[in-house]
Every structure is written in C-alpha cells, then in structure tokens.
Design a protein around this ligand. Structure first.
Ligand SMILES: [Zn+2]
Length: 499
C-alpha cells in the first residue's frame, strides 16, 4: 500500500489547508473588523490556490491510479477504496477548473460578502449589483468547463448534490408545489392560531442560556465544538475534533435564535458523529448538501417543533421568561411556534411556505444562467415572484433580494438542496419511527440518545463515503420521494389548524 500511503499524505495536507480556510471564513463572519476584508480575501485566495494546485497535480493523478489497484482487493465499502474513489471524482472535477478561475472566484466572493453585508444593512441593491454580476459571470464560465451537460444549471447543482440533474429537481418540485399551495390555501381559510407572545421582548442572555441547554441535551458535543454569534447562522468544520456553529439572537422574536441553534446543531451532530477513522480525509464531511440539510431540518422541525419536544422543554423556558410565557399554556405555545404565515424571510419561513421560497430562488438562478434575465432587474423580479407565490411584496431589498448570504458567496446551485433536505428528512424520519416505536415517548422524556444513535449508525458515521442516492437507498430503500414530506405536513397542520 505504498502508493496509497503517499496519496494519503498529500490528501491530508490538502485537508489541513481546507480546514484552515474554514477557520479564516469563520473568523470573517464572527469576529473580523471590516478593515480586514481585503487582506482576508488575499489570504483565502492564496490558500485556495495552494490546495487546488496540490490536489490537482499530475503526481496525485498517477498516485490515484496506482492506489486504486492497491485497494482493489479490499471490500469496496471499506474506508480506503471509498477514499480513493471519492478523491478520484473530486480530482477529475477539479482538473477541469483552471487555478486562475478558483483564485479569482475566492477573491471576488470574499469581497462581495463584505459588500453584501453593507448593502443589506443599507438596503442598497445597487451597491451589491456589480459584485453579483461578476459572480454570475464567473459561475457561467465555471459551467463551460463541464460541457457537455443537459442543462447549464447541472454543473452548479452537481457541486452540492452529486449526481442530481436540474430536470429531476424540477420534477420533484412540480410534484410538491400543488399540494403545498393547496395546504397554504386551506390554512389561510382556517382560524389563525395565536403567536403574539413570540414577539415580546426576550433578553439575549436568557435566550442564549436556554438554547445552549437545549443543544447540549440534543447531543451537541461541546468538547469538540462551540457556538458563537454571526449575522447569518452557519456550521463549519475545522477538523473532526472541532465543529463550529453560529446563531443570531433577535430580542423581539423568540424563535430566531433557538430554532437557528437547533438547525445548526443538526448539521454539527452529523459531522461530530462521522467515524473517527475518516479524520483528516476528504470523507470527513456530509454526503451532500441535501443529506446535510435533511439532518438540520429533521432536528429543527420533526424534533424541535414537535409537541412532545415542548412537553419536555417548555417548563424550563417558562422559568426563564415567566412574565412573557407564564400565561401561555403548552398547547398554545406549540401552535404558536407552528404558525403558518407567508413572510418575507426564508430562514424564518414556516414549514408550509418554506419550499416556495426555494422554488423562487431556483427559478431566478436558472434564468440568470440561461441569460433570460439580468442582475440589475433582480429586485423587481424578486418582488413580483413573492407577490405571485406568497401574496406579499417586500418593503425593501433588505427583506427581499438581499436577504441571503449565498449569492455573495457565489453559491448558485445551493438553494434547491434546502427543499430536498426537507423532503428527505421525512423519508428518513418514517424509517426511524418504524424501527423505533418508542421514539415519541423518548422525545417527550428529553431522551434523544436513541435517535442520535440510530442516525449516527445509519447516516452520520459514513461521512461522504457513499453518494447521496446510495445513502437514501440504504436507509429508506427508495429514491427521493415527495410523498412522506407532504403527508407529514398535511397531518401536522390538520391537527394545528383543525383542517
Ligand atoms: Zn442548514
């Protein structure tokens, strides 16, 4: 296994550089003063260049071929053959992208991110527009390295969801759209539930303390991770032993920080429960963005917004906020946190409307790449789509087209994975519930260990050893199916709104 070991040494160094990049990015989003933006963009560009050059060298190419022969007699599901196979896939993909493109992309997006923060704060799309135009052009150029493709959006989608095609996503979305719209219509006609108590003043300290307690009980490992505050919540990894999450706290809206924390904890627990044997390899990662998101959404919604979850945690919350919640009973609270109301902000959207926010973004991204629309027209297009899908129009661009961090980071192609994550979360949940009939009792008792153990054994431990469709097949015996998620939504809201 001489060649394999040589290959591993190089891959480990590449991994080290990438983890250091994550650390620089994390610092940029949490602590860095604005003056650091330019220097940081150079540093990230340099590191990206070094790791790309190191990984895409001819030497790695020939080591991959030799190592593939060395591991050919091993069980194909074991770590080493998977490492070689996945590394080869990444290698082939990255060889197609010139180093100059990557360097430029990293620099452009690092600057764009800082500009976007200011543009969003001032609700000034014109400030961000030239940066986004540059990003869209770079992403178009990126697509050309992967010709031929069925659709110009395919190469971008493939970055986040290996093997999935634009047409397949459109088919899944077309299947759920009418049921989701019908559900929202039925809820609109029903008597609204009460949620005014969520908008009272909740002191930051109390929110932080409660959230930290909840995520510890869910199973976030604080010896191998920590939580901080940032503008846009996210999870990142500095290596197997250090997974970071962030949240943001809104003193006048209770759900923001808590459900943000639970969501990121879902991502983090996935990474924290990858097998240690995959440490310092490119397999020490989630299988794909949709699988990752299926886990954040599973913990956030199927667990965190369930009645049984709150029957356990609600008394603790009332103790921290007695004047706000002392007169709100558990049932009212549960209905309140599941209030369905078309809103402007995707990250605060309820489960019934969430996927429509995603469909809007995906349609815009596809039209931008096809050249059917221009960046300068985005505010207007965004507002028109919001009106037609959700019946509301943003008052300004901060709560409209500027709300998400993704485009400033160049992540076109990412959004669909959120909706797919929702869909997959229900498929996996059905399977857990089938194999563990006591699941709901355990949740009501604040015992999340059996759930975390099941998910770790069936999903998390494998890291990115297997393709997303193989994981879904292994766990559910099926391909991505929209029906379990729609049934989950319909059943849940039937109870809450007496539909
Ligand atoms: Zn997420």
């Amino acid at each position: 296994m001489e060649k394999l070991n040589q290959l591993k040494n190089i891959l480990q160094e590449v991994h080290d550089i990438q983890m250091a990049q994550n650390l620089l990015e994390w610092d940029q989003s949490t602590n860095m003063p604005v003056g650091g933006a330019l220097d940081r963009s150079y540093q990230m560009g340099t590191l990206a260049k070094i790791s790309h050059e190191k990984f895409t060298s001819d030497e790695v190419g020939s080591l991959l071929d030799s190592a593939a022969k060395e591991v050919s007699s091993l069980n194909s599901d074991s770590d080493e053959p998977c490492l070689v196979k996945v590394a080869k896939k990444h290698y082939d993909r990255e060889r197609k992208v010139p180093t100059q493109w990557i360097e430029k992309f990293v620099q452009v997006t690092a600057t764009a991110q800082t500009v976007w923060e200011k543009a969003k704060a001032d609700s000034d799309f014109a400030l961000f527009e030239p940066h986004l135009t540059e990003i869209v052009n770079l992403r178009k150029e990126y697509g050309t390295y992967f010709k031929p493709y069925d659709h110009v959006y395919d190469p971008l989608l493939d970055d986040f969801e290996p093997g999935l095609k634009t047409a397949e996503v459109q088919e899944i979305f077309n299947a759920i759209r009418p049921r989701q719209v019908a559900l929202i219509d039925a809820i609109k006609k029903a008597k609204p539930v009460q949620d005014d108590f969520l908008y009272l003043n909740y002191a930051k300290d109390g929110q932080w303390q409660f959230g930290m307690n909840v995520i510890a009980k869910l199973g976030f490992n604080f010896e191998r991770g920590r939580q901080d505050v940032s503008v846009h919540p996210f999870t990142t990894s500095f290596g197997w032993g250090d997974i970071r999450i962030t949240t943001r706290i809104d003193e006048n809206y209770l759900p923001t920080a808590l459900f943000g924390s639970i969501h990121e904890t879902g991502h983090a627990m996935y990474e924290q429960n990858i097998a240690q044997s995959l440490r310092r390899t490119l397999l020490c990662d989630g299988a794909s963005m949709a699988i990752h998101e299926s886990q954040s959404r599973l913990w956030e919604n199927l667990v965190g917004r369930s009645y049984n979850f709150w029957s356990h945690f609600y008394p603790d919350l009332v103790k921290i906020f007695p004047s706000q919640l002392g007169n709100v009973d558990l049932d009212t609270f549960y209905r309140g946190i599941n209030y369905v109301k078309p809103g402007m902000i995707r990250v605060e959207a309820d489960e019934a409307t969430y996927n429509l926010h995603i469909m809007l973004r995906m349609e815009i991204e596809i039209a931008l790449l096809e050249g059917a629309i221009e960046v300068k027209d985005l505010p207007q297009i965004w507002n028109e789509k919001m009106q037609s899908y959700l019946g509301i129009t943003p008052a300004n661009d901060a709560e409209g087209v500027l709300q998400d961090v993704h485009w400033s980071g160049g992540m076109l192609g990412y959004f669909p994975t959120y909706a797919l994550g929702n869909i997959v979360s229900a498929q996996i949940w059905d399977k857990v519930a089938e194999e563990n009939p006591n699941l709901q009792d355990q949740i009501a008792n604040g015992n999340f260990k059996p759930l975390l153990k099941w998910l770790s054994e069936n999903v998390y431990q494998h890291g990115s050893k297997f393709e997303p469709k193989d994981i879904i097949k292994k766990v559910t015996g099926n391909t991505i199916q929209a029906d379990p998620y729609m049934r989950y939504l319909e059943d849940k809201y039937k109870g809450i709104y007496n539909l």
